[in-house]
Structures are given as structure tokens and as C-alpha cells.
Design a protein around this ligand. Structure first.
Ligand code: PAF
Length: 280
């Protein structure tokens, strides 16, 4: 696996690959890789000639500075996992390489409209602007054929879809299913920050989503959401939201709709904020 820390050398390498007619599959990550990330690499491996992964903990998408400081960094393990999964190229830039204008410099503003005003957007001010900035920069650098992202970050996937529309980039967004631990907890780099006791409790998020899915036809939605919130609070979570939305546009619904729905949850267990979702 080639490792590039500089944009210029990565681009020289990829230009040669593209000139030789090879397609490029790209998996952007913030590292602390788990099997969820590796499933994205596997999907990219199956659908592309060259697989590029980036590891960059992007400061502009963290609305909470403590969350940024504590974001797990496990670069040696990440490199081994990427090699084992058949990754061709790792892009590992510094903050200065990605933000020559400065992290607090002037950045482009993206009009994500309604999508940015709800759920994660409402609870994490400017988070999706930060995601838009970095994903746009990375896509301009890598210019991949396919972009592989996880459904675990459902709203982020919708934001990136919108980013591709706004920027008119000819990139095929491939959304891959959430990978879960055996007890149902969605795989996430943040799980590493859970204590043993918190880890046992964390599966409650998955359980309330399953409960919601099972009872959506028989119990009024407001009651289902309230029960889910109470169940999480009972386990010691501080709930940001439990919502059910139209899976096509994230419009929050108050009664079931036939177009397809998604239940989304975000809650904090002491210091660690977890999110998850489930198609209903
Ligand atoms: O999902 C993530 O890990 C990040 O939000 C991403 C897409 C790599 C952008 O920093």
C-alpha cells in the first residue's frame, strides 16, 4: 500500500492510474478503523480497480472541541487493517496540507437547505458545513469514480448526495449497510471511548430502534418515540433526539407514511455521543 501525505504526490500517482484506464474507489475516514470501515474498503475493492482510503480527523466538523481532542487515533493498527483489506493507497494529510487557508480561514458555504436544520444539523451547529468542506476538498484531490460511505451516518450520506448535486461532481455515491456488533451496537470509532459498563448499556440504542420498528404499525408514533426516550433515559442516556422521518428527504413524520421511513437516534452516555438509525 502506498502512503501519501502530500496532495501533489497523491495526485501524480492517481493521474497515472487514471491514464491507464483504472477506476478509483474512495473511502474517506477519520481513522480508528473498525469492521464498518473495512466493509466500505471491501465494497470499493469489489467495484473499483484502485482503492484509496483517507484518514484525516477533520477539525472543521467538530462543534465540540473536547470531542475533537479525544477522537481516537490508532494509525499503526489502521495501516495494518487497510493492508489486510487490500487497500492500494492511503492518503494521510496534515491539517496544514488540507487547510492552507487555516482552519478558521474563509471556507465555501454550502446551501444544504432543510437537511442541515434537523437532527444532527440542529444538535451540532456547523457540523455539516465542516463535512461539506472536507469531503469537497478530498473529492477534488482524489477525483474518484465511486465514493463509499456508511449508512450509519444516514444524514451525512444525504448531505454528501446534496454536495454532489451542488458541485456537479461526476461521482457515484455508494451507501453501504451499517455493520453491527453481535449485540446490535452499530460499529463506530467512538465506541472505543466507552468504558466496559457503558459498552454493555450502549446496545440500548439498537434495542429501542428495533422496538420502534416492530411496533410502528400498532402504536401511535408519538407514544413510540416517548417510550424509546424513556427507555434510554432509564439506562442513563441523555437523549438528543429519537425521530422518525421520510427516508427520502428526512422530513420528520408524526404518523407512518408509505414512501419509506427511517428511525434515527442520538444520545450521550456520559462523555460519549452515539448515533444510529434503522430503515422501517
Ligand atoms: O464519516 C466520517 O468519518 C467523516 O465525517 C468524513 C466523511 C470522513 C469526513 O471527515
Amino acid at each position: 500500500m502506498y502512503i501519501f501525505k502530500e496532495i501533489h504526490s497523491l495526485q501524480l500517482h492517481l493521474e497515472a492510474e487514471k491514464k491507464a484506464g483504472r477506476t478509483v474507489g474512495f473511502v474517506p475516514t477519520m481513522g480508528a478503523l473498525h469492521d464498518g470501515h473495512i466493509s466500505l474498503i471491501t465494497a470499493a475493492r469489489e467495484q473499483s480497480d484502485v482503492v484509496v482510503c483517507s484518514i484525516f480527523v477533520n477539525p472543521t466538523q467538530f462543534n465540540d472541541p473536547k470531542d475533537y481532542e479525544k477522537y481516537p487515533i490508532t494509525i499503526n493498527e489502521d495501516v495494518s487493517k487497510l493492508v489486510a483489506a487490500g487497500t492500494d493507497v492511503l492518503f494521510l494529510p496534515t491539517v496544514a496540507e488540507m487547510y492552507p487557508e487555516g482552519v478558521h480561514g474563509e471556507h465555501r458555504h454550502y446551501d444544504f437547505g432543510y437537511l442541515e436544520t434537523v437532527l444532527e444539523g440542529a444538535h451540532r451547529p456547523n457540523h455539516f458545513q465542516g463535512v461539506g468542506i472536507i469531503v469537497h476538498k478530498l473529492l477534488e484531490i482524489v477525483q474518484p469514480t465511486g465514493l463509499f460511505m456508511g449508512q450509519k451516518d444516514f444524514q451525512q450520506c444525504m448531505i454528501v448526495k446534496k454536495l454532489l448535486e451542488i458541485t456537479q461532481m461526476p461521482v457515484n455515491l455508494v451507501i453501504c449497510a451499517t455493520r453491527r456488533e453481535t449485540d446490535g451496537l452499530a460499529m463506530s470509532s467512538r465506541n472505543m471511548r466507552l468504558s466496559a459498563d457503558e459498552r454493555k448499556l450502549a446496545t440500548a440504542i439498537y434495542n429501542v430502534l428495533v422496538g420502534l420498528k416492530q411496533n410502528i404499525g400498532s402504536t401511535p408514533l408519538p407514544d413510540l418515540k416517548q417510550n424509546a426516550i424513556l427507555a434510554l433515559e432509564k439506562q442513563g442516556f441523555l437523549v438528543d433526539y429519537i425521530e422518525v422521518a421520510d427516508a427520502n428527504n428526512l422530513r420528520v413524520v408524526s404518523a407512518p407514511i408509505p414512501e419509506g421511513m427511517v428511525a434515527l437516534a442520538a444520545a450521550k452516555l456520559n462523555e460519549v455521543r452515539l448515533i444510529d438509525n434503522m430503515l422501517l
